[in-house]
Design a protein. Sequence first.
Length: 246
Amino acid sequence: MKKLVILLLTFSFFVNAEDYKYEPIANKAEYFSGKFNRNKDMEDLLDWGDKFVDWMEDKSAWDSMETVVFTPYFSDDMQRADYVWLNLWPSSGEQYNAIDQWLKEGGSMMSSLPVTNQRVVDVWQWAISAPEGEIGDNGFVRFTQCTLKDGVSMRKAFDTYMDFAKKAKSTGDNMGRKMMFASSGAGIYDYDYVYSLYGNTPAEYGENVDNFGKNLMGTPEVEALDEISECNNGRSFSTVRIKKAK
């Protein structure tokens, strides 16, 4: 199944588009995770983030990037990482143009990091839905690792998620959803994609979870989700946005 993912991402995201109901729009993401340096904590990382935003202010290569920092909340291993730092990009070209500038000019910022990155993953993402309204001071997100069932393609799974998201929205749902595929940095793994589910605030996230139980459980759209993949190892994080895209 991993060979399918690699071929899909490397050669064509959108093969035989006429055979599918929806066409994914891909964007890029960088996930940095690790541990705080000695005597440092999340406050130090957020302070560094403010300085990073100031450093980017006169550098147009970073205009399209959005940055969010995650704090582990529900996890099977709370010692795995102290933080996750996410940079979101509209395209790979914009992402790597900024990387080029970072390698040339970012040495002083890098040397002042209050953390040690232990894992850095380059990711393609397919957006399924996005929450309406403003992100609160803290958001909330859950990640699960998913394995496609026999005979199910990634594009078929995407169509099924899109149909579900439309049904969910009709019941008042306001969740964001993405399918995620690591292109480098993930190491060896035994699943096909990561599914993310997120809300503007923890309270809103919880309300939407309740809405699922009250208005969506048992619907044909939810039953269709059960036919495409098996997802497990859910991990949840509170989030803080450091930078908006211009």
